[in-house]
Design a protein around this ligand. Structure first.
Ligand SMILES: *[C@@H]1O[C@H](CO)[C@@H](O)[C@H](O)[C@H]1NC(C)=O
Ligand SMILES: [Zn+2]
Length: 417
C-alpha cells in the first residue's frame, strides 16, 4: 500500500501547494505548520527531480519543461535567463531541490549541442554529473555544489563574451564547463595549510603543492573513467581532455595567482594573444575559470553578501577546529579578529580587483565587464562602510586606527573582551 499512499500524498500536496502559496503571502499559516508542509513539498520535488536525474522520465534534449511541476517549471523559466549576470543560483538550487549543478550542466550541454558533437551517452552523462554533484560536501557553507553551479554559470557568461564566443571550439566549451563544474569537487572545507599541518594523506600524496586542486582534478578523472563518459572516444583524445581539465582546475590554485596575472598582463600589454591558437585559448580559459571562481564580489550585492558570509563561515569553522586542537589559527579564520567586511576588503583588493582589471581590458571592455566592475566597486565601498560601523566602538575610546589589533593575545580559553 506504500505506493498508493505516496500517490495520494503527492496529489494532495499539489492542492496544498496552491493553499500554501496563497496563505503564505498573507502570513496566515502558523510557521511550524508551514515548515512541515514545505518539507513535504520538497519531497514531492525530490520525486520529480530524482526521476529526471535517474533518467526514468523519458528524456529528450531540454525536456525540463515537460514536467508540469511548479518548481521545475520555475526552474525551467530561470534557465531561459541563465546567461544573465544577476541569475540567482540560490533560488535555482532551491527550485531544483539541490540539483542546480546537474540541471545547469545538462541545460548548457544542450544549448551548445555538446551531447551531439561528442556523441555523449545521456545515461553516462547523468551518472557522471550526479557523481560530481554528490561528491561536493553539502555541509560546507561555501565549497559545496552550489558554488560549483555558480562558477559554472559565471563561466558560461564569460564563454559568451563577444571577444571569445566565436573563437571557441566545442572542445574548449566542453572543457571550460566541465572544469567549472568539477573544480572544487570533494573539497573538505579546510585549506591547504590545514591539510599540511594536520598531516592529511592528501598533503603527502601531492607533496604539499596544489594539494586540493590536484585532488579535485584526480577525483574528476576518476569519475570520468568510472562513468565511462569518454570511453567511446579515441584514447589519445580522452587523455588530452583529462590533461587539459587538470591544467584548468590547477589554475584555480590561488597561490599561483601572480604567475597567471603577470602572464595575462604581459599578453595584454604586447597585444599578442591570438585566439586562433589552441594554446592561447587554453590560457584564456584558465583565466576565465579563475575569474569565475572569485567573481562573488562582482555580483549584485544581495548575492555577493550571501557568498561572503558563507566563505567567512567556512573560515571560522576551520579556525574553531584549530583552536579546539591547539593548532595555530590560520589567517582570516579567527572569528574574533577577522570580521566579514575586513576579509572581503582584503580579498577584493588583493585578488579580485587586480584580476578583473585585466579581464576588463581583455574584453575591451564588454557590457558584462562594465557591470561587474560597477558591482565590484559598489560592494567594496559597502564593505568599507560596514567595517567602519563594526569597529568595536563599544570598547570605548579608540583613536581611529583602521584595524584595531586584537588585545593581549596568547590568552588561554575564553577570555573577556
Ligand atoms: C610537507 O610539509 C610538512 C610540514 O611542513 C613536512 O613535514 C613534509 O616533509 C612536507 N612534505 C613534502 C613532500 O615536502
Ligand atoms: Zn572554487
Amino acid at each position: 500500500m506504500k505506493v498508493g499512499l505516496l500517490q495520494d500524498c503527492c496529489i494532495r500536496l499539489t492542492l496544498f501547494d496552491i493553499v500554501i502559496s496563497a496563505s503564505a503571502q498573507q502570513g496566515e499559516v502558523e510557521s511550524g505548520t508551514r515548515r512541515k508542509i514545505k518539507r513535504l513539498l520538497s519531497f514531492q520535488r525530490y520525486c520529480h527531480a530524482s526521476r529526471l536525474l535517474r533518467g526514468l522520465v523519458p528524456h529528450t534534449p531540454g525536456s525540463l519543461h515537460l514536467l508540469d511541476d511548479d518548481y521545475l517549471g520555475q526552474a525551467a523559466h530561470m534557465l531561459s535567463k541563465v546567461g544573465t549576470w544577476n541569475f540567482d543560483i540560490f533560488l535555482f538550487d532551491r527550485l531544483t531541490n539541490g540539483n542546480s549543478l546537474v540541471t545547469l550542466m545538462c541545460h548548457l550541454f544542450n544549448v551548445y549541442g555538446l551531447i551531439h558533437h561528442f556523441q555523449l551517452d545521456m545515461v553516462k552523462l547523468h551518472r557522471f554529473l550526479g557523481m560530481v554533484q554528490e561528491d561536493y560536501h553539502s555541509q560546507n557553507p561555501y565549497h559545496n555544489a552550489v558554488h560549483a553551479a555558480d562558477v559554472t554559470q559565471a563561466m558560461y557568461c564569460y564563454l559568451k563574451e563577444p571577444k571569445l564566443a566565436e573563437q571557441l571550439s566545442p572542445l574548449d566549451v566542453f572543457l571550460g564547463l566541465m572544469a567549472a563544474a568539477a573544480h572544487d569537487v570533494d573539497h573538505p572545507g579546510v585549506n591547504q595549510p590545514f591539510l599540511i599541518k594536520t598531516r592529511h594523506h592528501l598533503a603527502s600524496l601531492y607533496q604539499n603543492t596544489s594539494v586540493l586542486e590536484s585532488h579535485h582534478w584526480r577525483s574528476t578523472v576518476g569519475m570520468l573513467r568510472e562513468s565511462g563518459l569518454l570511453s567511446h572516444l579515441p584514447a589519445d583524445m580522452s587523455q588530452d581532455m583529462e590533461q587539459q581539465l587538470g591544467s584548468l582546475i590547477l589554475a584555480t590554485d590561488i597561490s599561483r595567482q601572480n604567475e597567471f596575472l603577470l602572464t595575462f598582463r604581459e599578453h595584454l600589454d604586447n597585444q599578442d594573444l591570438d585566439l586562433q591558437l589552441a594554446s592561447h585559448r587554453h590560457f584564456i580559459l584558465q583565466i576565465a575559470l579563475k575569474c569565475a571562481d572569485v567573481c562573488n564580489p562582482c555580483r549584485v550585492w544581495e548575492l555577493s553578501r550571501q557568498w561572503s558570509e558563507r566563505v567567512c563561515e567556512e573560515f571560522y569553522r576551520q579556525g574553531d577546529l584549530e583552536r579546539k586542537f591547539d593548532l595555530e589559527i590560520s589567517p582570516l579564520c579567527n572569528q574574533q579578529a577577522d570580521s566579514v567586511p575586513s576579509i572581503q576588503i582584503g580579498f577584493i583588493s588583493y585578488i579580485v580587483e587586480p584580476l578583473f582589471e585585466e579581464w576588463h581590458r581583455f574584453t575591451e571592455p564588454s557590457l558584462l565587464s562594465q557591470t561587474m566592475m560597477g558591482h565590484l566597486h559598489k560592494n567594496k565601498a559597502r564593505w568599507s562602510r560596514l567595517r567602519y560601523a563594526h569597529t568595536p566602538s563599544d570598547t570605548q575610546t579608540h583613536s581611529h586606527a583602521e584595524e584595531p589589533e586584537p588585545e593581549g593575545g596568547g590568552g588561554e580559553g575564553e577570555d573577556i573582551p
